[in-house]
Design a protein around this ligand. Structure first.
Ligand code: FES
Ligand code: FE
Length: 442
C-alpha cells in the first residue's frame, strides 16, 4: 500500500490512475482504509458509476402512496434517466422511460398529476397509462408493416417493491429486490412498524436542493456520527439550552452510543438509542407539555400491538439507513426519505420527502413536519451545516494529486460487531461494495 501511495503522490498533472483497484486501499494488518480523492472529481469515474452502479443496482423510484389512484403519476429522473412512475388505469404500478419511441421527446412534462394518458407535444403521439401507443396523427403513413404494439414506452426492465418502497433495475438479470436488500429489510420493517396498519405515506411536499459535492459524500455524511459534535454544535447547544440532556454516555458530550452496522450488499445503518425524542412514541420537552399525553397514547398503542420489546425498538431507537447506492431513510425525530443523484462529479441533486403513518392526526402530523423542516430540511439545524462540510471537502479534493487520500480507518482495529456509529466501519462497507462493482466492470 505504501508503495502505491508513494507512486500516486508523484504522479504529474493530467495523469490518471491506472485501475480501480487503486481507488480504495484496505490494509487490515495496518488497520488502514484509504479512498483516493480522485473518485470524487473524475468524469471518467462518474461515467463508470452510471454504467455500472446505476445500471445494475436497484435504484429507488418512489413510494406507492405517491400514486394511490389509477392514472396518478410522478415524473422524476432516476439513475440518470427520465422516468414516469405511475399507476395505470387497471391499478398496476409502472415505471417507464419518459422518452417518446418516435424521436425521443418527453411524453410527460408535468411533475405530477392524474392522467388518462400521455401526450408527446412534438408530433402528437399519445400513450395509455400502461405505456402502450394509443394513437398519433397520420400513423397510416408508416405503412402496413408498422407495428403499433412495439412502439410503446419502454418499461423499466425490473420494478419491484418492499413495504411500498419501489425500486427499478436496468439489469434484467439482477437478483430479486428482496435478496438485494438483504439486512436492510429488518430496518425498513422497524420504520413501517410505526403505523398501526403497516401503511406509511409520503407527506405531500418535496424538498429539493443542490450540493456542490460528489454524491458519495452524502452517503458517508448521512451515517457519519463522528461529525455531529463539531459540525452540529449549533444544534447541540440549542437542544441543551432547551433542556434536553445531550450527554452520552457517562457525562461525555459525544452523542455516540450506538452501533454502525453492515447490512450486506453495500447497505448500512446507524442503530442508536434515541435521546432527542420521536414524534411517534417518545416524548421530550421540546414537543411541549400539551403533546405528552398524545405521544404517550401512541406508545401505548405500539406496546399493545407489538409487545414491550418491539415497541421499545421502534420508539426508543433511531437509524440512518443507507440503501446502496443512493437512498437514505433517516428515522429519528421525523422520517426522511432522501434520494440523491449526481449531475457531475462535483454536484448532486437531493430530493427528500417526509414519511409518516397514514393514521396520524393533524397535530401528530404537524409535529412530524416541524421536525422534518427544522432538522433535516435544507434550512434546518442539520442540513446547512452538513452541506457546508461536504462542499468544503469537495473544495479540498482539487488538490488530489498532492494530497490524494481520505482516511476511513476509524475503529478498524476492532471487530465488525464492535463498530460504533462514530467509527467508520459501516462507511467502509459502502466503499467495499463500490469497489467490488467498479472492479467487476473494469
Ligand atoms: Fe414524440 Fe415525435 S417525438 S411524437
Ligand atoms: Fe450531519
Amino acid at each position: 500500500m505504501e508503495a502505491i501511495m508513494a507512486e500516486n503522490k508523484g504522479r504529474t498533472k493530467g495523469e490518471t490512475m491506472r485501475n480501480s483497484s487503486e481507488w480504495v486501499l484496505e490494509d487490515r494488518g495496518a488497520d488502514q482504509f484509504l479512498v483516493n480523492r480522485q473518485v470524487f472529481i473524475s468524469d471518467d469515474i462518474l461515467q463508470k458509476e452510471w454504467d455500472v452502479i446505476f445500471r445494475t443496482c436497484w435504484i429507488y423510484i418512489g413510494h406507492g402512496s405517491e400514486i394511490r389512484n389509477p392514472g396518478d403519476f410522478r415524473t422524476r429522473k432516476v439513475a440518470g434517466r427520465q422516468m414516469i412512475f405511475c399507476r395505470d388505469k387497471d391499478g398496476a404500478v409502472r415505471a417507464m422511460l419518459n422518452v417518446c419511441p418516435h424521436r425521443g421527446a418527453l411524453v410527460c412534462r408535468e411533475r405530477e398529476g392524474n392522467a388518462r394518458g400521455f401526450f408527446c407535444m412534438y408530433h402528437g403521439w399519445t400513450f395509455q397509462t400502461d405505456g402502450s401507443l394509443r394513437s398519433g396523427p397520420g400513423l397510416d403513413a408508416y405503412g402496413p408493416k408498422f407495428d403499433k404494439a412495439s412502439h410503446g414506452l419502454v418499461q423499466a426492465p425490473r420494478l419491484e417493491h418492499y413495504r411500498d418502497f419501489y425500486f427499478i433495475n436496468f439489469d434484467p438479470n439482477a437478483v430479486s429486490l428482496s435478496d438485494y436488500l438483504a439486512g436492510a429489510k429488518e430496518y425498513i420493517d422497524i420504520v413501517v412498524d410505526q403505523s398501526p396498519s403497516g401503511q406509511m405515506e409520503i407527506v405531500s411536499g418535496t424538498q429539493e436542493y443542490d450540493i456542490k459535492a460528489n454524491w458519495k459524500l452524502l452517503v458517508e455524511n448521512s451515517v457519519d456520527d463522528y461529525h455531529i459534535i463539531t459540525t452540529h454544535s449549533t444544534w447541540i447547544n440549542y437542544m441543551s439550552n432547551s433542556g434536553v440532556d445531550m450527554r452520552r454516555p457517562k457525562g461525555s458530550l459525544l452523542p455516540s452510543l450506538g452501533a454502525g452496522k453492515n447490512l450486506g450488499n453495500g447497505h448500512l445503518t446507524t442503530d442508536n438509542p434515541n435521546y432527542r425524542g420521536r414524534p411517534v412514541a417518545r416524548w421530550i420537552s421540546v414537543y411541549g407539555e400539551e403533546a405528552k399525553e398524545d405521544i404517550d397514547n401512541i406508545r401505548a398503542e405500539l406496546v399493545a400491538r407489538l409487545g414491550e420489546a418491539r415497541a421499545a425498538r421502534v420508539a426508543d431507537t433511531n437509524r440512518n439507513l443507507v440503501i446502496f447506492p443512493n437512498l437514505v431513510i433517516n428515522d429519528g425525530s421525523s422520517v426522511t426519505v432522501r434520494n440523491f443523484t449526481p449531475v457531475s462529479p462535483g454536484l448532486m441533486k437531493v430530493t427528500s420527502w417526509a414519511l409518516g403513518p397514514v393514521e396520524e392526526t393533524e397535530a401528530q402530523r404537524a409535529r412530524r413536519l416541524h421536525a422534518f423542516l427544522t432538522f433535516y430540511g435544507p434550512g434546518g439545524f442539520a442540513t446547512p451545516d452538513d452541506v457546508a462540510a461536504l462542499e468544503a471537502a469537495q473544495e479540498g479534493y482539487a488538490a488530489w494529486r498532492e494530497a490524494p487520500w481520505n482516511d476511513l480507518s476509524r475503529g478498524m482495529y476492532k471487530s465488525e460487531d464492535d463498530q460504533l456509529d462514530t467509527d467508520e466501519g459501516h462507511i467502509r462497507t459502502f466503499w467495499r461494495r463500490w469497489k467490488d462493482l467498479m472492479e467487476t466492470a473494469a
